[in-house]
Ligand binder design. Structure first.
Ligand code: SAH
Ligand code: SF4
Ligand code: F3S
Length: 447
């Protein structure tokens, strides 16, 4: 099918990746809204579909072709949507997508999507275009203000990665590490406040590699940025993700103990508990140095909850090495975690290493790892029962008068009461399941 050229009235952005990918998806939606295009109501077909892709694992590219097929299959030229492919697969395989999928009008990379409106103008004229440039940070200068009101918000502060873990595509799809200037972040934080944000999550592929100059010209790191943002009275909660063990400064550790608004939750990926595997992964840290970071943070903030990422079945991983990962999990007792089967990514060094692990072995290891991680998550939730904490309401629950929000430890908490979205509510935690907790509302802490 030829690409659609009718000017779209409605759009839908589908994001498949990490929080930065979701952030990019929100920003693309705002660009389209600026052009007078409205978001398609839930359940209705959109005139323009943006597939905001992720390249991190599995056959992401194959999935895109089947999505495109589904969007166009059996539809006439009039009924089919205009299609844009964005995100990290667009960056990695843009040319290929253009060749293989004639129904696609636009391919735009994660550093170039501020140009989407121009590409759209061209698409309406029947001209297909690809833009996978990586101009340093330019997109942030051009993006429109955000309008949607919401109590929690993402703020991308750092992009790209220079770490080159041997399994990972991010350094190729997102480019080199870049920090956004402090003044720009302050401006954006104030805009987020205007649209109702009470909690800000600072985002970056290596968010703790952020550095900049404060308004007085002093060099600051992520901890300095957190301290400055904590001065904004409307901001009640600050989080950050994802950090890397090697960029964890003393100042950042200290800020966990000193900045009350910094929530007691730390997502710090480790990937493996085996030093041999960590070396082959080019992680440049050991299991012990990782554990030391956690220990330091826990000293600064005793109620901290930890989360991590794991890869099982990295090339050459032996049963004994995998068991070292299990031992690390037993030691840390994560409150939450993400675990994945190793997926060979084109162009990465690990993809051509000897000793790729059979799928069956990976399946079995993943299951064993997840059993423990689920056990610990459930135990953490149960250990929270009896505590009183603040919950920031993010949405309505299933039933009338029921609310859903997050505890300081990023657990989902639901409860009933006279409150509203955006309220910070004092809640007694009364029941802890595997994935969420039930609370009893005491009072609204702040309106
Ligand atoms: N920059 C972050 C997140 C990177 S991507 C960090 O370094 O922590 C998120 C997670 O995906 C990684 O932490 C890793 O656990 C997983 N991942 C990345 N590449 C992978 C691959 N090729 N196969 C399986 N999991 C992978
Ligand atoms: Fe990928 Fe490693 Fe960079 Fe994380 S630190 S984005 S896993 S290369
Ligand atoms: Fe995926 Fe790109 Fe994020 S590959 S994980 S969307 S940086």
């Amino acid at each position: 099918m030829k690409p659609v050229t009718t000017p779209p009235k409605t759009y839908r952005v589908k994001s498949f990746g990490c929080q930065m990918n979701v952030y990019d998806g929100e920003r693309m939606a705002e660009l389209l809204a600026e052009k007078g295009i409205t978001e398609a109501p839930e359940g209705e077909d959109a005139d323009l579909v943006v597939l905001n892709t992720c390249h991190i694992r599995e056959k992401a590219a194959e999935k895109i072709y089947s999505d495109i097929g589904r969007l166009t299959k059996g539809k006439t030229q009039k009924k089919a949507p205009m299609i844009a492919v964005a995100g990290c697969v667009a960056q990695a395989e843009g040319e290929e997508i253009m060749k293989r999928a004639p129904a696609v009008s636009m391919v735009v990379g994660p550093q170039a999507y501020h140009r989407l409106p121009d590409m759209l103008d061209r698409a309406v004229e029947g001209k297909r275009s690809t833009d996978t440039d990586m101009p340093a940070i330019a997109k942030f200068d051009i993006l429109p203000q955000r309008k949607k009101r919401f109590p929690t918000a993402f703020l991308t502060v750092q992009e790209g990665c220079d770490k080159f873990c041997t399994y990972c595509v991010v350094p190729y799809t997102r480019g080199a590490e870049i920090s956004r200037p402090f003044a720009d972040l302050l401006t954006e934080a104030n805009r987020l406040i205007e649209r109702g944000a009470k909690e800000i999550t600072l985002l970056g592929q290596n968010v703790n590699a952020w550095s900049g100059e404060d308004l007085k010209g002093h060099t600051i790191g992520l901890d300095g940025l957190i301290r400055e943002l904590a001065k904004l009275p409307e901001i009640k909660r600050i989080r950050y993700t994802t950090s890397h063990p090697n960029d964890f400064t003393k100042g950042l550790v200290a800020s966990h103990g000193e900045v009350e608004k910094l929530m007691p939750y730390l997502h710090l990926p480790v990937q493996s508990g085996s030093d041999r595997v960590l070396k082959a992964m080019n992680r440049n840290h050991t299991a012990e140095s990782y554990l030391r970071v956690l220990e330091d943070v826990r000293k600064a903030r005793p109620d901290i909850a930890f989360s991590g990422d794991f890869i099982v079945g990295f090339p050459g991983e032996t049963e004994a090495e995998f068991e070292e990962t299990l031992a690390l999990v037993d030691e840390v007792r994560y409150a939450q975690a993400y675990s994945f089967k190793y997926s060979p990514r084109p162009g990465t060094p690990a993809a051509t290493m000897d000793d790729q692990i059979p799928k069956k072995v990976m399946d079995e290891r993943l299951q064993r790892l997840q059993e423990r991680l689920n056990r610990d998550q459930h135990a953490f939730n149960q250990a929270s029962v009896g505590k009183t904490c603040e919950v920031l309401i993010e949405r309505k629950g299933k039933f009338d008068g029921q609310w859903l929000g997050k505890s300081p430890w990023l657990q989902s908490v639901w409860f009933e009461g006279d409150a509203d979205i955006g309220d910070l509510v004092t809640v007694d935690l009364v029941d802890g399941g595997p994935n969420s907790l039930r609370g009893q509302m005491r009072e609204i802490a702040t309106a």
